[in-house]
Design a protein around this ligand. Structure first.
Ligand code: PNW
Length: 465
């Protein structure tokens, strides 16, 4: 039996654009993801989030599903353009009411809300009229929006995450161009990342000065990182793996723990990497009360000597190849998910220990981990997702091992509560522990949901293999 610490938090996560629907209802205006998804060819089957899981109308039913699981915490995000349709100025009361109702519903079942302020759905007007994340002024718009959320929800919400996965916004949105706003640039990702970090720092400053003393909540940021295992024990491959991790995670977390980007990035990027002012550095250092981590997979890293050219993002997580010169591959022995992401639980443990060592053992929450498989209902209406159960067993066991090794891991949120709009993959990839029938919008707990309920009940589980 694998047993977790007494106060360990078991949760589940979603995001606004992926589940809410009601895209043009309740006073909401479009975000960059509405616009992106409505351009033909940008998503699988041209899917979009107009209806999604219709969570906006079904939130009570969804909270009931969470209560049935025994969830201690639920992580969801707020759609900025539901709160401020133009991204600045007027506040939409219907938007405030919706999230207020959701929070009250969660609390009535004893489920703790964890709110992400930005999960990629920038109000479209801020992009078309203000240049979005490329404009340094966006930090002030974001801080103002955050302030509105603290004012209206902070009496009941004590767990705040400013940003979800800035790496994805910068690399997939501005380098690979496969996510909104679909741009392909070599320099913009670094500018966007810089402004996201500045916006995080300003929002945290407001929380700490105006709200935290009375509301006594915590605030932080969530970054994503997959593990990079050296391809061989050659020093240049070991360096390459380390470099890859610094370009992936250190890019966002070094400024928060040390006040600046990793040295390897500053050396390699020179003037292309923006610089923080002394004041910004001060605001950034210590600006996260916890280390939010989303983790999904592992790849092998090898040094790519000059002369070797690789198309950017062959393996999704690469960052800009010419800047890192790290060649990523997968071990052909590894099993993969429907996303073709290798399943390597040991990588999760190693990453947690890497964070422990680099950042002086911060409290960590895994705010996302999970997997997509081609789930289907059988003739009895059951979804027997044993692959997902094995995945979760492996990764949660790895988390447990990391805790044994001194990692201050405090909680785990499975991605996702239910199947939903998987961005460029539309509805073709199912990450949920609840199955969603997109015709009827009916939700059905998969076998993994039953497994997770028992895990929460026992605060641990018995390894089946
Ligand atoms: C995360 N990658 O996205 C997001 O936070 C979720 O909204 C999403 O549904 C989930 O993971 C599953 O994809 C990622 O290419 C998207 O490395 C892409 C990558 C990583 C995370």
């Amino acid at each position: 039996m694998i047993q977790f610490p007494k106060d360990f938090i078991w949760g589940s996560a979603t995001s606004s654009y992926q589940i809410e629907g009601a895209a043009m209802e309740g006073g909401r205006a479009w975000s960059i993801w509405d616009a992106h998804a409505h351009i033909p060819g940008r998503t699988a089957n041209n899917d979009h989030g107009d209806v999604a899981c219709d969570h906006y109308h079904r939130y009570k039913e969804d909270v009931k599903l969470m209560a049935d699981l025994g969830l201690k915490a639920y992580r969801f995000s707020i759609s900025w353009s539901r709160i401020q349709p133009d991204g600045q100025g007027a506040v939409n009361p219907e938007g405030i009411q919706f999230y207020s109702n959701l929070i009250d519903e969660l609390l009535s079942y004893g489920i703790t809300p964890w709110i992400t302020l930005y999960h990629w759905d920038l109000p479209l007007a801020l992009h078309t009229e203000k240049d979005g994340w490329l404009n340094p002024e966006i930090a002030d718009y974001f801080a103002k929006y955050a302030d509105i959320c603290f004012t209206h929800f902070g009496d009941r919400v004590h767990h705040w995450i400013t940003h979800n996965e800035p790496w994805v916004v910068a690399i997939l949105g501005y380098s690979a161009g496969v996510f909104a706003p679909g741009r392909k640039s070599e320099d913009e990702p670094y500018i966007v990342a810089h402004n996201i970090l500045r916006s995080h720092a300003k929002a945290v400053q407001r929380y700490r000065e105006k709200y935290q003393p009375a509301q006594e909540g915590t605030i932080g940021i969530t970054n994503n990182c997959d593990w990079r295992e050296p391809l061989s024990d050659k020093p240049e491959d070991i360096d390459a793996a380390q470099r890859a991790l610094e370009f992936f995670l250190g890019w966002f977390t070094d400024p928060i723990y040390f006040g600046d980007y990793p040295a390897v990035m500053r050396e390699r990027l020179g003037d292309r990497l923006p610089q923080f002012s002394e004041e910004e550095k001060k605001l950034l250092i210590g600006s996260s009360d916890f280390f939010g981590l989303n983790h999904y997979s592992t790849l092998l890293a090898a040094d790519a000597p000059s002369g070797v050219e690789v198309e950017n993002n062959v393996y999704g997580n690469g960052g800009i190849f010419a800047d890192q010169r790290v060649l990523l591959t997968a071990d052909p022995e590894w099993k993969t998910t429907a996303m073709r992401w290798p399943i390597v639980p040991l990588g999760c443990q190693k990453l947690l220990e890497w964070i422990r060592d680099r950042y002086d053992n911060p409290p960590i929450y895994i705010t996302e981990n999970g997997c997509a498989f081609d789930d289907a209902k059988d003739e009895n209406g059951e979804v027997r997702d044993t692959d997902r159960i094995h995945f979760l067993e492996g990764y949660i066991d790895a988390c447990h091992q990391a805790i044994e090794n001194g990692v201050a891991l405090k909680g785990y949120f499975v991605w996702s509560l239910m199947d939903n709009f998987e961005w460029a993959q539309g509805y073709s990839k199912r990450f949920g522990i609840h199955y969603v029938d997109y015709e009827s919008l009916e939700r059905t707990p998969k076998h993994s949901a039953h497994w997770y309920r028992k895990l929460i009940e026992n605060n641990g589980f018995k390894l089946s293999q």
